[in-house]
Structure formats: C-alpha cells, structure tokens
Design a protein around this ligand. Sequence first.
Ligand SMILES: Nc1nc2c(ncn2[C@@H]2O[C@H](COP(=O)(O)OP(=O)(O)OP(=O)(O)O)[C@@H](O)[C@H]2O)c(=O)[nH]1
Ligand SMILES: [Mg+2]
Length: 244
Amino acid sequence: MIATQKVIRELAPYLTAFVEVVDARAPELTRHQPMDQWVGRAKRVVVLNKMELADARATESWLDWYRRQGVIAVALNATAHQSEQQLRAVLKQSLDPPYRLAVVGLPNLGKSTLLNRMVGKHRVATGAKPGVTRGPQWIRLPGGWEWLDLPGVVTPSKSKDWRLKLLGVVPVAAEELEEMADRAWQWMFPGADASADWEAWGRSRGYLMAGGRVDAHRTAQAVLIAVRDGAFGRHSLEWPPHGP
Ligand SMILES: Nc1nc2c(ncn2[C@@H]2O[C@H](COP(=O)(O)OP(=O)(O)OP(=O)(O)O)[C@@H](O)[C@H]2O)c(=O)[nH]1
Ligand SMILES: [Mg+2]
C-alpha cells in the first residue's frame, strides 16, 4: 500500500492519465478517495467496470454525472473482447499522445484483467509464487501507448462497509457469511424475508445437512457466489447524488 502510494506520487508527473477502475454497481463507494491527492495534474479516466452486473439505468446516470463534472468516464466489462476497443477509443478521444497510463483502484475490481486486455501479448509475466516482488514496469506498445504495471494494490479506505464485502473488494469472514447472505438477498430482492427466502432457495438446491435441515453456511456461500456471478440479474448498490 505504502509502496504503491509512493510509486503513484512519483510517477504522476510522467503520466498522461490514471485509469481508475471502479465497480459500476457502486462507483463512488469503490473509488479510492486518497488517490485524489496522489495523482497531481495527471488526468483521470474512470472505468465503471463489471457493467454487465449493474443496473443499466444506474450506469447511464453515473456516466452522465461524471461527464457533467468534466470527468472522463466509460462503462466496461473487462472480461469482454470489445472492452479493449472501447477503452482505446475513449482514451484517444480525450487525451493527446503519448498515452502514458497506469491502472489503479481497489482490490478485485478488474485492474489486471483490464491491463492484460490492453497490452495483449505484451503482458508481463506475473509472479508465479507469492512474495515475488517486482518494481513498477513500463509496457511499451506501438502507437505511443505506454502502460505502467504497478506492484501491489491500494487498500480500501472504508473496509468495514458491508457493501464492499458484497462487491468482493473486502473478503467476507466465515462468521459473517450468513449476515452477508441476508444483505445480499435484500439487495437482490428488496422487501423479501431474506433469511427465510434464501434458506428455501438452499433447500431447493439440495443444500441439506443430515436430518434434512438446510445447510445455512453452504447456502450463504452459494448466495454470495450467485450474486458475484450476476445469477439474480443486474443490480446496482449506489446511484448518483441526484437520483436516477
Ligand atoms: N463479471 C465481471 N467480472 C470481472 C470483470 N473484470 C474482472 N472481473 C473478474 O473480477 C475478478 C478480479 O479481477 P482482477 O483483474 O484480478 O482484479 P484486480 O483489480 O487486478 O484485483 P487485485 O489484483 O486483487 O487488486 C476476476 O475474477 C475477474 O475475472 C468484469 O467486467 N465483469
Ligand atoms: Mg491485479
């Protein structure tokens, strides 16, 4: 965290822009606020990633909200092939070459997925073993594109927020699984009797213990995985300040 902060501060003057990855389902909540002070005069491009999991109307409102503030913003699904073209087009439209860029953001939001997509076969080998320390590396591509591969991640500033747990930014501890399943269910099905409903869901999927009782632990785990994979549809957790 400290190492990354230092690197970001030092390299900011050389960068054309920071590509800041946030979760489209809660873009401001998943922004790393202290980054504002680190980036200096480099521009910021906000990538609302995992857009295919978010409510499309909410994402449109967010894009509108960012653009009205003069922030360059784009919604993507970094796992999809066309995301590379989409981001490249936005960057070329909004910035002047050379494009010296760094991908930043909280854990698990898709930074590596996006960087690997942008640099393609030029991707750098990632440390196969834990504990392999690498310094920041520039990946230079034809056309004036230079991507900075940063080691480490920045940690969330509001890690106690249950929403960051549902979004996968902060890990869920074993003892809070069922509480998180309740919250996840309420998010997916507002007004539902969460515990009873997800237990019934677990029963229907055969998550039972000896004696026929529902295995709450296993069901809660499955609920969180289903939410992560978008199995209950597209839902956002946060809307821009002035509503949808
Ligand atoms: N549904 C969905 N999943 C995505 C998307 N982008 C990345 N992921 C998934 O999110 C998880 C985290 O992706 P990474 O690229 O490793 O995220 P990261 O930000 O580099 O994570 P750290 O290195 O831990 O900080 C992986 O399981 C990816 O497959 C997306 O647009 N949609
Ligand atoms: Mg990564």
